[in-house]
Ligand binder design. Structure first.
Ligand SMILES: Cc1cc2nc3c(=O)[nH]c(=O)nc-3n(C[C@H](O)[C@H](O)[C@H](O)COP(=O)(O)OP(=O)(O)OC[C@H]3O[C@@H](n4cnc5c(N)ncnc54)[C@H](O)[C@@H]3O)c2cc1C
Length: 304
Protein backbone atom coordinates (compact mmCIF):
# COMPACT_ATOMS: atom_id res chain seq x y z
CA UNK A 1 0.00 0.00 0.00
CA UNK A 2 2.92 2.35 0.65
CA UNK A 3 3.81 2.27 -3.04
CA UNK A 4 0.22 3.06 -3.96
CA UNK A 5 0.21 5.91 -1.48
CA UNK A 6 3.50 7.34 -2.73
CA UNK A 7 2.37 7.22 -6.34
CA UNK A 8 -0.92 8.89 -5.47
CA UNK A 9 0.85 11.79 -3.75
CA UNK A 10 3.30 12.08 -6.62
CA UNK A 11 0.63 12.18 -9.32
CA UNK A 12 -2.15 14.27 -7.84
CA UNK A 13 -1.98 18.03 -7.33
CA UNK A 14 -5.29 18.31 -5.47
CA UNK A 15 -6.03 17.58 -1.83
CA UNK A 16 -5.65 13.99 -0.54
CA UNK A 17 -7.10 12.90 2.78
CA UNK A 18 -6.48 9.54 4.41
CA UNK A 19 -8.94 7.66 6.62
CA UNK A 20 -11.35 10.51 6.16
CA UNK A 21 -14.52 9.90 8.22
CA UNK A 22 -17.21 9.82 5.55
CA UNK A 23 -20.00 10.16 8.11
CA UNK A 24 -19.09 13.86 8.27
CA UNK A 25 -19.74 14.14 4.55
CA UNK A 26 -23.18 12.55 4.41
CA UNK A 27 -26.54 14.01 5.40
CA UNK A 28 -27.31 10.78 7.31
CA UNK A 29 -24.17 11.53 9.39
CA UNK A 30 -23.38 7.82 9.06
CA UNK A 31 -20.45 5.95 7.53
CA UNK A 32 -16.94 4.74 8.27
CA UNK A 33 -13.71 6.16 6.80
CA UNK A 34 -12.48 6.31 3.22
CA UNK A 35 -9.06 4.86 2.62
CA UNK A 36 -8.32 7.93 0.48
CA UNK A 37 -10.48 10.89 -0.36
CA UNK A 38 -9.09 12.79 -3.32
CA UNK A 39 -10.19 16.18 -4.65
CA UNK A 40 -8.66 16.57 -8.13
CA UNK A 41 -7.81 20.16 -8.91
CA UNK A 42 -8.94 20.15 -12.54
CA UNK A 43 -9.74 17.89 -15.50
CA UNK A 44 -6.11 17.03 -16.07
CA UNK A 45 -5.67 16.02 -12.43
CA UNK A 46 -8.85 13.93 -12.60
CA UNK A 47 -7.53 12.22 -15.72
CA UNK A 48 -4.34 11.30 -13.86
CA UNK A 49 -6.35 10.01 -10.91
CA UNK A 50 -8.65 7.95 -13.13
CA UNK A 51 -5.67 6.43 -14.91
CA UNK A 52 -4.01 5.61 -11.56
CA UNK A 53 -7.20 4.03 -10.17
CA UNK A 54 -7.56 1.76 -13.19
CA UNK A 55 -3.91 0.85 -13.47
CA UNK A 56 -3.90 -0.15 -9.81
CA UNK A 57 -7.34 -1.81 -9.98
CA UNK A 58 -8.64 0.16 -6.98
CA UNK A 59 -12.31 0.50 -6.01
CA UNK A 60 -13.63 4.03 -6.53
CA UNK A 61 -16.70 6.04 -5.78
CA UNK A 62 -17.66 9.62 -6.74
CA UNK A 63 -18.97 11.60 -3.78
CA UNK A 64 -21.15 14.68 -4.18
CA UNK A 65 -22.91 16.20 -1.16
CA UNK A 66 -23.62 12.79 0.37
CA UNK A 67 -27.38 13.50 0.42
CA UNK A 68 -28.51 10.33 -1.33
CA UNK A 69 -26.15 7.65 -0.07
CA UNK A 70 -25.79 5.26 2.82
CA UNK A 71 -22.16 4.44 3.58
CA UNK A 72 -21.41 1.27 5.52
CA UNK A 73 -20.05 1.39 9.05
CA UNK A 74 -16.81 -0.10 7.70
CA UNK A 75 -16.45 2.83 5.27
CA UNK A 76 -14.98 2.59 1.80
CA UNK A 77 -11.77 0.69 1.18
CA UNK A 78 -10.71 2.53 -1.93
CA UNK A 79 -10.60 5.98 -3.48
CA UNK A 80 -13.43 8.42 -2.95
CA UNK A 81 -13.31 11.02 -5.72
CA UNK A 82 -14.70 14.36 -4.62
CA UNK A 83 -15.23 16.96 -7.35
CA UNK A 84 -15.64 20.01 -5.12
CA UNK A 85 -13.09 21.96 -7.19
CA UNK A 86 -15.28 21.75 -10.29
CA UNK A 87 -17.30 24.74 -9.17
CA UNK A 88 -17.25 27.22 -12.04
CA UNK A 89 -20.38 29.26 -12.65
CA UNK A 90 -20.60 31.33 -15.82
CA UNK A 91 -23.64 33.37 -16.82
CA UNK A 92 -24.09 34.43 -20.43
CA UNK A 93 -27.60 35.76 -20.95
CA UNK A 94 -30.00 32.84 -20.64
CA UNK A 95 -27.13 30.33 -20.85
CA UNK A 96 -25.43 29.10 -17.70
CA UNK A 97 -22.38 26.86 -17.47
CA UNK A 98 -22.18 25.30 -14.02
CA UNK A 99 -19.72 22.92 -12.37
CA UNK A 100 -20.72 19.64 -10.73
CA UNK A 101 -19.14 20.66 -7.43
CA UNK A 102 -21.51 23.58 -6.85
CA UNK A 103 -23.95 23.23 -3.97
CA UNK A 104 -27.27 22.77 -5.76
CA UNK A 105 -29.23 25.21 -3.64
CA UNK A 106 -26.59 27.92 -4.05
CA UNK A 107 -26.77 27.39 -7.80
CA UNK A 108 -30.57 27.69 -7.64
CA UNK A 109 -30.35 30.98 -5.72
CA UNK A 110 -27.72 32.41 -8.10
CA UNK A 111 -30.03 31.72 -11.06
CA UNK A 112 -33.13 33.13 -9.36
CA UNK A 113 -31.22 36.32 -8.49
CA UNK A 114 -30.60 36.85 -12.21
CA UNK A 115 -34.24 36.28 -13.05
CA UNK A 116 -33.60 32.91 -14.65
CA UNK A 117 -36.59 30.63 -14.17
CA UNK A 118 -36.78 26.85 -13.97
CA UNK A 119 -34.97 25.82 -10.82
CA UNK A 120 -37.16 27.54 -8.22
CA UNK A 121 -39.13 24.38 -7.45
CA UNK A 122 -35.89 22.52 -6.73
CA UNK A 123 -35.23 24.92 -3.84
CA UNK A 124 -34.00 23.21 -0.71
CA UNK A 125 -32.80 19.94 -2.27
CA UNK A 126 -29.50 19.14 -0.53
CA UNK A 127 -26.36 18.04 -2.37
CA UNK A 128 -24.32 19.17 -5.34
CA UNK A 129 -25.19 19.86 -8.95
CA UNK A 130 -23.22 16.71 -9.97
CA UNK A 131 -25.29 14.52 -7.66
CA UNK A 132 -28.49 16.18 -8.87
CA UNK A 133 -27.61 15.48 -12.52
CA UNK A 134 -26.68 11.89 -11.71
CA UNK A 135 -29.99 11.36 -9.85
CA UNK A 136 -32.05 13.65 -12.09
CA UNK A 137 -33.15 15.21 -8.82
CA UNK A 138 -36.55 16.79 -8.76
CA UNK A 139 -39.46 18.04 -6.73
CA UNK A 140 -42.88 19.60 -7.24
CA UNK A 141 -43.03 18.49 -10.91
CA UNK A 142 -39.65 19.98 -11.82
CA UNK A 143 -36.39 18.16 -12.54
CA UNK A 144 -32.81 19.35 -12.84
CA UNK A 145 -32.76 18.12 -16.46
CA UNK A 146 -35.72 20.31 -17.51
CA UNK A 147 -33.63 23.21 -18.83
CA UNK A 148 -30.39 21.34 -19.36
CA UNK A 149 -28.70 21.63 -22.74
CA UNK A 150 -25.72 19.33 -22.27
CA UNK A 151 -23.63 17.53 -19.67
CA UNK A 152 -19.88 17.70 -19.43
CA UNK A 153 -18.20 14.52 -18.23
CA UNK A 154 -15.17 12.28 -18.18
CA UNK A 155 -15.75 8.59 -18.81
CA UNK A 156 -13.82 5.87 -17.01
CA UNK A 157 -11.52 5.58 -20.04
CA UNK A 158 -10.44 9.13 -19.25
CA UNK A 159 -12.18 10.69 -22.27
CA UNK A 160 -13.64 14.17 -21.88
CA UNK A 161 -17.12 14.34 -23.46
CA UNK A 162 -19.96 16.78 -23.84
CA UNK A 163 -23.29 14.96 -24.19
CA UNK A 164 -26.47 16.60 -25.37
CA UNK A 165 -29.37 16.18 -22.97
CA UNK A 166 -31.28 13.93 -25.39
CA UNK A 167 -28.40 11.42 -25.30
CA UNK A 168 -28.47 11.01 -21.50
CA UNK A 169 -31.79 9.15 -21.24
CA UNK A 170 -33.01 11.10 -18.23
CA UNK A 171 -35.98 9.54 -16.46
CA UNK A 172 -37.51 9.53 -13.01
CA UNK A 173 -34.49 9.75 -10.66
CA UNK A 174 -32.19 8.29 -13.26
CA UNK A 175 -29.65 9.32 -15.87
CA UNK A 176 -28.50 5.94 -17.21
CA UNK A 177 -25.91 7.03 -19.77
CA UNK A 178 -23.93 9.16 -17.28
CA UNK A 179 -24.41 6.75 -14.36
CA UNK A 180 -20.84 5.46 -14.43
CA UNK A 181 -18.90 8.58 -15.33
CA UNK A 182 -17.37 11.59 -13.61
CA UNK A 183 -19.95 14.33 -14.14
CA UNK A 184 -18.06 17.62 -14.42
CA UNK A 185 -20.92 20.04 -14.99
CA UNK A 186 -23.74 21.12 -17.23
CA UNK A 187 -24.90 23.87 -19.56
CA UNK A 188 -28.42 25.19 -19.05
CA UNK A 189 -30.70 27.54 -20.94
CA UNK A 190 -33.30 29.15 -18.71
CA UNK A 191 -36.33 31.26 -19.64
CA UNK A 192 -36.32 34.81 -18.28
CA UNK A 193 -38.63 35.83 -15.47
CA UNK A 194 -38.83 38.24 -12.56
CA UNK A 195 -36.51 37.55 -9.70
CA UNK A 196 -39.01 38.62 -7.05
CA UNK A 197 -41.67 36.24 -8.36
CA UNK A 198 -39.18 33.39 -8.44
CA UNK A 199 -38.18 34.04 -4.83
CA UNK A 200 -41.84 34.04 -3.79
CA UNK A 201 -42.20 30.56 -5.32
CA UNK A 202 -38.97 29.51 -3.60
CA UNK A 203 -40.24 30.62 -0.19
CA UNK A 204 -43.47 28.70 -0.73
CA UNK A 205 -41.57 25.55 -1.76
CA UNK A 206 -39.21 25.82 1.23
CA UNK A 207 -42.19 26.18 3.59
CA UNK A 208 -43.87 23.11 2.08
CA UNK A 209 -40.70 21.07 2.35
CA UNK A 210 -40.23 22.15 5.95
CA UNK A 211 -43.79 21.18 6.79
CA UNK A 212 -43.59 17.71 5.21
CA UNK A 213 -40.07 16.57 6.03
CA UNK A 214 -38.29 15.74 9.29
CA UNK A 215 -35.65 18.50 9.00
CA UNK A 216 -34.69 18.24 12.66
CA UNK A 217 -32.95 14.90 12.10
CA UNK A 218 -30.18 13.76 9.76
CA UNK A 219 -31.55 11.73 6.84
CA UNK A 220 -30.97 11.28 3.13
CA UNK A 221 -34.49 12.18 2.05
CA UNK A 222 -36.70 9.56 0.40
CA UNK A 223 -35.28 6.09 0.85
CA UNK A 224 -37.25 4.51 -2.00
CA UNK A 225 -38.35 5.59 -5.46
CA UNK A 226 -42.02 6.20 -6.00
CA UNK A 227 -43.47 2.90 -7.24
CA UNK A 228 -45.73 3.46 -10.28
CA UNK A 229 -49.22 4.27 -9.02
CA UNK A 230 -48.22 4.49 -5.34
CA UNK A 231 -46.26 6.56 -2.82
CA UNK A 232 -43.57 4.63 -0.96
CA UNK A 233 -44.20 6.57 2.26
CA UNK A 234 -47.93 5.79 2.20
CA UNK A 235 -47.29 2.07 1.61
CA UNK A 236 -44.83 1.96 4.52
CA UNK A 237 -47.27 3.82 6.72
CA UNK A 238 -50.14 1.51 5.72
CA UNK A 239 -47.90 -1.45 6.54
CA UNK A 240 -47.88 -0.11 10.11
CA UNK A 241 -44.21 0.84 10.14
CA UNK A 242 -44.35 4.62 10.67
CA UNK A 243 -42.23 5.48 13.71
CA UNK A 244 -40.60 2.02 13.88
CA UNK A 245 -37.18 2.20 15.58
CA UNK A 246 -34.16 -0.06 15.12
CA UNK A 247 -31.06 0.81 17.12
CA UNK A 248 -30.74 4.58 16.73
CA UNK A 249 -32.54 4.78 13.37
CA UNK A 250 -36.23 5.39 12.89
CA UNK A 251 -38.82 5.37 10.11
CA UNK A 252 -39.81 9.00 10.49
CA UNK A 253 -43.09 9.54 12.35
CA UNK A 254 -43.53 12.64 10.17
CA UNK A 255 -42.89 11.03 6.75
CA UNK A 256 -42.69 7.23 6.53
CA UNK A 257 -40.71 7.39 3.28
CA UNK A 258 -37.72 8.81 5.17
CA UNK A 259 -35.43 7.07 7.68
CA UNK A 260 -33.90 9.38 10.26
CA UNK A 261 -30.81 9.16 12.43
CA UNK A 262 -31.90 9.74 16.02
CA UNK A 263 -28.24 10.34 16.96
CA UNK A 264 -25.48 7.75 16.75
CA UNK A 265 -27.31 5.47 14.27
CA UNK A 266 -25.24 2.89 12.43
CA UNK A 267 -25.60 2.03 8.77
CA UNK A 268 -26.65 -1.43 9.92
CA UNK A 269 -29.58 0.11 11.86
CA UNK A 270 -30.76 1.88 8.70
CA UNK A 271 -30.30 -1.31 6.69
CA UNK A 272 -32.54 -3.23 9.10
CA UNK A 273 -35.32 -0.71 8.59
CA UNK A 274 -34.82 -0.78 4.81
CA UNK A 275 -35.14 -4.57 4.80
CA UNK A 276 -38.16 -4.42 7.08
CA UNK A 277 -39.96 -1.87 4.90
CA UNK A 278 -39.25 -3.81 1.71
CA UNK A 279 -40.39 -7.09 3.25
CA UNK A 280 -43.59 -5.80 4.85
CA UNK A 281 -44.68 -3.74 1.84
CA UNK A 282 -44.07 -6.75 -0.39
CA UNK A 283 -45.98 -9.10 1.93
CA UNK A 284 -48.94 -6.76 2.43
CA UNK A 285 -49.29 -5.08 -0.97
CA UNK A 286 -47.17 -7.17 -3.39
CA UNK A 287 -45.24 -4.01 -4.32
CA UNK A 288 -41.44 -4.14 -4.74
CA UNK A 289 -39.86 -1.03 -3.24
CA UNK A 290 -36.79 0.07 -5.17
CA UNK A 291 -34.05 1.98 -3.36
CA UNK A 292 -33.52 5.57 -4.44
CA UNK A 293 -30.51 5.88 -2.15
CA UNK A 294 -27.23 4.27 -3.09
CA UNK A 295 -25.43 1.85 -0.78
CA UNK A 296 -21.68 2.35 -0.59
CA UNK A 297 -19.07 0.03 0.90
CA UNK A 298 -21.35 -2.92 1.59
CA UNK A 299 -19.44 -5.09 -0.93
CA UNK A 300 -22.25 -7.30 -2.09
CA UNK A 301 -22.87 -8.69 1.39
CA UNK A 302 -26.36 -7.29 1.17
CA UNK A 303 -29.43 -9.32 0.82
CA UNK A 304 -32.27 -6.88 0.74
C1 LIG B 1 -33.61 16.27 3.55
C2 LIG B 1 -33.45 15.78 2.14
C3 LIG B 1 -34.41 16.07 1.20
C4 LIG B 1 -34.27 15.61 -0.11
N1 LIG B 1 -35.22 15.93 -1.03
C5 LIG B 1 -35.07 15.53 -2.31
C6 LIG B 1 -36.03 15.91 -3.32
O1 LIG B 1 -36.99 16.62 -3.06
N2 LIG B 1 -35.81 15.47 -4.58
C7 LIG B 1 -34.75 14.70 -4.91
O2 LIG B 1 -34.60 14.34 -6.11
N3 LIG B 1 -33.83 14.33 -3.99
C8 LIG B 1 -33.96 14.72 -2.71
N4 LIG B 1 -33.04 14.35 -1.77
C9 LIG B 1 -31.93 13.47 -2.16
C10 LIG B 1 -30.65 14.23 -2.60
O3 LIG B 1 -30.69 15.56 -2.15
C11 LIG B 1 -30.51 14.21 -4.11
O4 LIG B 1 -30.52 12.90 -4.63
C12 LIG B 1 -29.21 14.91 -4.54
O5 LIG B 1 -29.30 15.20 -5.92
C13 LIG B 1 -27.97 14.09 -4.26
O6 LIG B 1 -26.84 14.89 -4.60
P1 LIG B 1 -25.45 14.68 -3.86
O7 LIG B 1 -24.49 15.64 -4.45
O8 LIG B 1 -25.63 14.73 -2.40
O9 LIG B 1 -25.09 13.20 -4.33
P2 LIG B 1 -24.43 12.04 -3.46
O10 LIG B 1 -25.42 11.59 -2.45
O11 LIG B 1 -23.10 12.40 -3.00
O12 LIG B 1 -24.32 10.91 -4.59
C14 LIG B 1 -25.48 10.37 -5.17
C15 LIG B 1 -25.06 9.59 -6.41
O13 LIG B 1 -24.55 10.49 -7.37
C16 LIG B 1 -23.20 10.14 -7.69
N5 LIG B 1 -22.48 11.40 -7.91
C17 LIG B 1 -22.47 12.51 -7.15
N6 LIG B 1 -21.74 13.48 -7.72
C18 LIG B 1 -21.27 12.96 -8.88
C19 LIG B 1 -20.45 13.45 -9.93
N7 LIG B 1 -19.97 14.71 -9.93
N8 LIG B 1 -20.15 12.62 -10.95
C20 LIG B 1 -20.63 11.36 -10.99
N9 LIG B 1 -21.41 10.84 -10.04
C21 LIG B 1 -21.74 11.63 -9.00
C22 LIG B 1 -22.69 9.35 -6.52
O14 LIG B 1 -21.64 8.49 -6.91
C23 LIG B 1 -23.95 8.59 -6.14
O15 LIG B 1 -24.12 7.52 -7.03
C24 LIG B 1 -33.15 14.81 -0.47
C25 LIG B 1 -32.16 14.53 0.50
C26 LIG B 1 -32.30 15.02 1.79
C27 LIG B 1 -31.23 14.74 2.78
Amino acid sequence: MDRVREELYRLIRGEILERDPLGNRTTYRIGGPAKFLVCPRDTEDLGQLNDFIHRRGLPKFVLGGGANILISDQGFNGIVVHLKNFDQLIFDGSRVVAGAGLILDQFVVACLRRGLAGLERLSGIPGTLGGALRMNAGAFDAEISDHLVSVELMDYEGRYLVLEKSKVGFGYRKAPVIKDTYILGGTFDFPASFSEELFTIREDILARRYERQPWQYPSAGSVFKRPPGYYAGKLIEDAGLKGRVFGRAQISPKHAGIIINLGGAKASDVMELIRLAKREVHNKFSVELELEQELIGFDGCLSL
